[in-house]
Structures are given as C-alpha cells and as structure tokens.
Design a protein around this ligand. Structure first.
Ligand code: C5P
Length: 228
C-alpha cells in the first residue's frame, strides 16, 4: 500500500496578517511548511508527500525543501501549484498522486502536529476504516446564527468535536468524493456528503492550526521552549 500525504500550503493567510503566504511564515527559524513536512517524515508511516503551494512559489518551496531535507531524505517530496480554494488545492494534489492507496490530507498550518498523531490516523486506516479524522472536545459553547447575528440554535456541546488534520482516507473514496465538484473547509465533509462513514479519533492540542497572530505567538513560544 502507498500512503501519500497531501499538504495544502497554497493559502494566503489573510487572517494571520503577515506579509508572506502563511506556509512560508517562519516559526522558530523554519517555515511552517518545513515543520509540517518534518512531522510527516518523522511519523514513519508516509511513503510520499505532495505539497500544494501558490503557483508563483512552487520553485521557492522546492528550493526550501531541497536545502532542508537534503538528498538523503527517505520520503520523496513533490511540489505542485494549488488552487483558489483549499478544495482546489487538494484536488490538484490528488491528481498528482495516482499511485496512492491511502491519502492523508494535512494542513501546513498545523506545523506542530505530533508525529504520533499522524501514525495513529494511519493505524486506523490500516485497521480498515475508510475515513479517519482527529478531533477534540470543544471548550466554548457553539451557537449557530443567522445573517443578522441572531441565534438560531445551541447544539449540545458534548456531541461536538473540533476537527484537525491529518485526515486519512482510502484513496478511491477521496477521489470519488472530489469528483463531485463540491467545496468544503475540510476533506471529511466531502466524504460525508458522499454518504461515507467518517470516524473521529482523539486529536492533539499541539495539532492546532496557526490561523491568527495569537496562534503564531503560541507556536513560536512553544517551539522556543522545546528548543531550549
Ligand atoms: O484557510 P485555512 O487556515 O483553513 O487553510 C488551511 C490550509 O489550507 C492552510 O495550510 C492553507 O495554506 C491551505 N490552503 C490551500 N489552498 C487555498 C487555501 C488554503 O492550500 N486556496
């Protein structure tokens, strides 16, 4: 079997407010992208990695990774242009990996994800689950609202999970889900829309997505402590 990790890194990171696209923003001296790739390689369960970056930064990412990983890198890493929306970027990655038996889709922005979480997702795939996502209980109460800001509902918090990546899929299931041409903020939603069962396993606080300046501050502080 061939586990291919697809790494969406083509976002501009508008909410982060930095001058460069998010995946290229350094955390503790390394761009988020290389930290995320290091985690995938360290997990020991990934056979191939495909990164999707903004089209104008494909060469930059290739140079960054060649310098960072060196020629002795145990896992082949390719870079392809992403798309306008995250879904378009993942679709480009799927097309670049026809050999995959399983896909992991893993945000570059989850730069500090523990390799053990990546290994747990793949273990669940190997145990026969066709779609596996990590999730944590939510600590805030979540409300749905309408366009005016009026509350339309308060779902029971106990039944909610905040979903992370890597998300793992049987390759053909993800290919078929993407062929439907829908958009979503995560890959599991496309698979759900397709009627497939998606299993949630316990996530990791350190797999948080670096989205806001506060997240970036937290990530930099955590890395500085780790490297002390
Ligand atoms: O916007 P958000 O934080 O949800 O993005 C999650 C991940 O998807 C990031 O790693 C980002 O670089 C990636 N992305 C992408 N292509 C886009 C938009 C986002 O690869 N068009």
């Amino acid at each position: 079997s061939r586990v291919v990790a697809l790494v969406p890194a083509a976002g501009q990171g508008v909410r982060l407010g930095e001058s460069m696209p998010k995946a290229f923003v350094p955390v503790g001296g390394s761009p988020m992208l290389t930290l995320a790739i290091d985690g995938l390689i360290a997990s020991g369960v990934v056979d191939h990695i495909v990164i999707m970056t903004p089209a104008e930064l494909v060469g930059e990412a290739q140079g960054l990774l060649a310098g960072h990983l060196g020629s002795a890198c145990p896992v082949p890493v390719g870079v392809v242009p992403g798309g306008t929306e995250r879904t378009d970027s993942v679709r480009a990655g799927i097309a670049a990996a026809p050999q995959a038996s399983h896909f992991l889709v893993h945000d570059a922005a989850r730069a500090l994800t523990p390799p053990t979480l990546i290994a747990r997702v793949v273990a669940e795939l190997r145990a026969g689950h066709s779609a596996v996502v990590p999730g944590l209980p939510v600590t805030d109460t979540i409300k749905s609202v309408d366009a005016q800001g009026d509350v339309t509902g308060t779902p029971d918090r106990a039944g909610l999970r905040a979903i992370q990546t890597p998300q793992g899929f049987e390759a053909d299931l993800l290919r078929r889900a993407y062929a439907a041409g829908l958009q979503a903020t995560d890959d599991a939603a496309l698979v759900e829309a397709f009627g497939a069962r998606v299993r949630v396993i316990p996530g990791e606080p350190m797999a948080f997505k670096i989205t806001t300046p506060l997240d970036l501050h937290l990530a930099r502080t955590l890395l500085a402590e780790r490297d002390e």
